[in-house]
Design a protein around this ligand. Structure first.
Ligand code: PHE
Length: 454
């Protein structure tokens, strides 16, 4: 087996931002708002927060432990840490999940490119709210246009992967993440100043517990895994590039907080805006592509140049946030093929890109001309989203808990968490307790509940 060259991220902050770059993406700005909208608002967010901090944080530290200790990408890490066992299948499960997610994620990432072009050509000017609905529908159902963008987006990802990821990932994350953040804060301000914004705020902040059911739990858990890039070895692969001095606990907390913050802020942009223009919060995956162009037009109606600048910048940043996530997904699958089958990195990357184009094309067409082909009542795009986010990622997370909590020696976890130093016994025990009992039991209960067994 050919060993890949191991380059570490250059600094602690670089490691945090690269992991945050993987985590922050369409999951926060596109998926979180529509899942929140579909599941009734504030109560969903509370369950989501519980999932992030009680399941997400310990599992993220566990994935970091696997990655840094094995110094291998997820496809090989379990072979290094548990040679000759079936644990290798956990690595393979992650690789498959990464491949499938990249396939349909690229479709939405491609949409952001269309919107950059549209905004850049001043196509949003003078449009009424209902025009954006029609425009999005006809674009996303088009049999050709979204496919072109999908291919372009995957080729951009491919390019970065082939050209030396580490430098690319770390450097770009360091610039892009802060810019994205500033822009999001400005947009929250714009959105909150729209008429009727308070209805959106109420939807986001006033929980209606009568809406909490099993679906809300499964949705919130799936969203937490998806948004934090957990359960498929993405972050464990990145952790294999962490230096010795990187603190796993602090890094996980920073990534979790940044990711959650961006998601909640995205909600603060979308919902006041959606209520303001009378768009239903449960509009689904089209939500941000319809409400946001509206926000720009309405918030800056007196100063069209600002509306123009903000729309272009927003979609550029959304595309770049998506890119730092697609890179991390691509890296997991490419590194696996490269290490496992002795392919060159270039050839491995080409196979991944080609495979994802096929998955992406079918996903995209399933929203339009192939809409009538469904399985379990879902089109291909929705099916991939459901199977990966709501089944494969939580299942991967559950197995990581069992692996690190029960199989791996405690001393390994201790050493990785403390970087060879000391940690308050209480904190370490809390981590192990969450990992061994709380997280696995919660995941299993949510699964069983969804199957209708309790
Ligand atoms: N976390 C990314 C997002 O929110 C998506 C992703 C999922 C990336 C799983 C890597 C692994 O957009």
């Amino acid at each position: 087996m050919q060993k890949s060259e191991r380059v570490n991220f250059g600094s602690k902050i670089g490691a945090v931002l690269a992991a945050a770059g993987s985590a922050v993406g369409l999951g926060n700005i596109w998926r979180f708002p529509y899942e929140t909208g579909n599941h009734g608002g504030a109560a969903f967010i509370l369950v989501y927060l519980a999932c992030v901090f009680m399941l997400g944080m310990p599992i993220m530290i566990a994935e970091f432990t696997v990655g840094r200790h094995s110094k291998a990408s997820t496809g090989r890490a379990y072979k290094v840490l548990a040679p000759g066992t079936h644990w290798k299948w956990l690595g393979y499960l992650g690789v498959l999940a990464g491949f499938l997610i990249l396939g349909y994620y690229s479709v939405v990432a491609g949409w952001t490119l269309e919107y950059i072009l549209e905004a850049g050509m001043n196509g949003f000017a003078d449009k009424k709210p209902e025009d954006f609905v029609v425009a999005f529908q006809s674009f996303s159902k088009d049999p050709v246009r979204p496919l072109i963008w999908l291919v372009i987006f995957l080729l951009a990802t491919h390019f970065v992967i082939v050209k030396g990821v580490k430098d690319g990932i770390e450097k770009s994350s360091k610039v892009l993440m802060p810019v994205l953040f500033v822009l999001i804060v400005v947009l929250v301000g714009c959105s909150l100043s729209l008429p009727n914004a308070e209805k959106g705020l109420e939807f986001l902040l006033k929980p209606d517990f009568s809406k909490v059911n099993g679906d809300v739990f499964l949705g919130a858990m799936g969203q937490a895994f998806f948004s934090l890039s957990l359960g498929m070895g993405c972050l464990s692969t990145y952790a294999s590039y962490f230096g010795k001095e990187t603190k796993l606990g602090n890094t996980a907390l920073s990534v979790g907080v940044i990711d959650t913050f961006v998601a909640v802020l995205a909600g603060l942009i979308i919902f006041p805006a959606a209520f303001s223009v009378g768009i239903q919060p449960d509009a689904g995956p089209s939500l941000i592509f319809i409400t946001l162009p509206n926000v720009f037009q309405q918030a800056f109606s007196g100063v069209p140049i600002l509306a123009y600048i903000f729309s272009v910048m927003f979609y550029v940043l959304l595309a770049l946030a998506a890119l730092t996530s697609t890179i991390s997904l691509h890296e997991v699958v490419t590194a696996f093929l490269h290490e496992e089958f002795n392919l060159t990195r270039g050839r491995a990357a080409r196979l991944v890109t080609f495979g994802c184009i096929i998955i992406g094309v079918i996903s995209s067409l399933s929203l339009g001309v192939m809409q009538k082909y469904t399985l379990f009542d879902k089109g291909f795009f929705d099916l991939l989203d459901f199977v990966t986010a709501k089944i494969m990622l939580p299942l991967g997370g559950l197995l990581v808990c069992i692996f690190v909590g029960w199989y791996l020696k405690r001393s390994v976890s201790y050493e990785e968490l403390t970087n060879g130093g000391k940690l308050k016994a209480g904190l370490f025990n809390l981590y192990i307790f969450l990992l061994r009992y709380v997280a696995p039991v919660a995941i299993i209960l949510i699964f069983i509940n969804e199957l209708g067994l309790i």
